[in-house]
Design a protein around this ligand. Structure first.
Ligand code: SAH
Length: 402
């Protein structure tokens, strides 16, 4: 790398356009056989079939994504300075879009031109995920850059993403710098405090991608009786309580999540919250099965934010059935004039298909829906439309006609 010319990967004819438009992934089927040996994780340049530069990036022979482009320029020196610059640029976006936020995603991989790298900030603790071999090998440089920018108390790696296996890497949890918090880390999302556990928590700890939606949905809850299905730490439930809900019920099948959500209500001095450890499908069926549901049992606001029912294209139909089922049950428990706030975090289910499923459920439930809000992932998870994989979270609020 130091002054030495980069080794070259050549594209087959007609494979450059998608990359030139901004997508950083060069697939194995798009390149010609290597003309010289290249070590996995090495920085390479990519040329099109006419020998024109497409960009530079990190190579891995074990991955279907052979090169992840990091630059469109001729040279790429991956040192602390490079990472500092990229991270500071990403930070600017967050400062503009989420002023005052103290816990958020600092780097969202492809969305921040750092394919294979995720960095989340939980107050003064940073949590890192590396999903490409090239990035993984450069963790010391990244940690150095993070120390200079944030002066964190700890930098942790929570590398438990199954996609690491596609790059020939193991899953690993470790402390890269400083001292990991003993037990839970207290963080602030909007005006509320949450306890996040880096060992048991989902993703790097919690769902930072819903931060702006928590507030938007919570602001609709004044005076409402609210049901938060798949509540995890109670992100929506606690924001609804803060927004003035008269009663909030949260449901999750994880006992740990329910315990933490209940503690969260106390921590924030929020009353009227009940968290129930149950399967949301069963709970909804149980409560919606009476043909004559009493008025007092109906909800003014129901939130559905289930896990992704599909991780790949092949199980989309099964996932859509699952989505239809919960919407059908939820609509039965919503009072006329009430609101359903519903989310889908699967990249493989597009916005239109998701809305269609909800409308099918409404048809079966004999309800007419009026759409009042469209939601997306928080702006610390930016979307680059030419990289469709960066867009995954979608949501709607629908009011049920009286
Ligand atoms: N709304 C949450 C995120 C939900 S993630 C938030 O914003 O933080 C999905 C959650 O659904 C997880 O906490 C998981 O434990 C829970 N879950 C998965 N399947 C479930 C089921 N069948 N019934 C109830 N909870 C379920």
């Amino acid at each position: 790398m130091n002054g030495e010319p980069l080794k070259t990967v050549y594209l087959k004819p007609r494979e450059a356009d998608r990359l030139r438009a901004g997508h950083p992934w060069v697939y194995y089927g798009e390149i010609t056989p290597l003309r010289e040996p290249i070590t996995d994780g090495e920085c390479v340049q990519v040329l099109d079939s006419r020998n024109h530069l497409v960009g530079c990036g990190l190579f891995n022979s074990k991955s279907k994504i052979r090169v992840r482009l990091l630059s469109r320029r001729e040279k790429l020196t991956l040192n602390t300075e490079f990472f500092k610059n990229r991270i500071e640029t990403a930070l600017e976006v967050r400062r503009h879009a989420m002023p005052g936020a103290t816990s958020f995603r600092v780097v969202n991989a492809e969305s921040d031109f750092l394919s294979g790298l995720i960095i989340d900030k939980y107050e003064d603790v940073l949590v890192l995920q590396t999903t490409s071999l090239g990035m993984d090998q450069r963790k010391p440089l990244i940690v150095e850059a993070l120390k200079e920018i944030f002066h964190p108390t700890a930098v942790l790696e929570k590398n438990d993403s199954p996609s690491r296996t596609f790059e020939g890497m193991e899953m690993v949890h470790s402390t890269l710098y400083g001292t990991a918090p003993a037990g839970d880390q207290l963080i602030r999302l909007n005006q509320l405090q949450f306890k996040v556990n880096f060992d048991s928590g989902h993703k790097t700890g919690c769902y930072l991608d819903q931060q702006v939606n928590y507030k938007k949905v919570g602001d609709m809850a004044a005076g409402a009786r609210v049901l938060d299905c798949f509540c995890f730490l109670g992100g929506f439930a606690l924001h609804a309580a803060k927004g003035g809900a008269r009663e909030v019920i949260g449901i999750d099948q994880s006992e740990t999540a329910i315990k933490t959500a209940s503690e969260g209500a106390k921590l924030n001095n929020l009353s009227g919250c009940t968290f129930i450890n149950a399967n949301a499908f069963d709970w909804l069926i149980e409560h919606a099965k009476n043909t004559e549901i009493e008025q007092k049992d109906l909800f003014d606001l129901i939130i559905l934010d289930p896990p992704s029912f599909t991780r790949n294209r092949h199980s989309v139909d099964a996932a859509l059935n699952g989505y239809k089922e919960i919407h059908l049950r939820a609509l039965k428990l919503l009072r006329p004039g009430g609101t359903l706030a519903t989310f889908c975090c699967s990249h493989h289910v597009d916005t239109q298909s998701f809305q269609n499923v909800i409308l099918n459920a409404a048809f079966d439930a004999h309800k007419i829906l009026r759409r009042t809000h469209i939601y997306s992932q928080s702006p610390d998870h930016p979307i680059i439309p030419v990289i469709p994989e960066t867009e995954y979270l979608k949501g709607f609020a629908f009011e049920v006609a009286k």
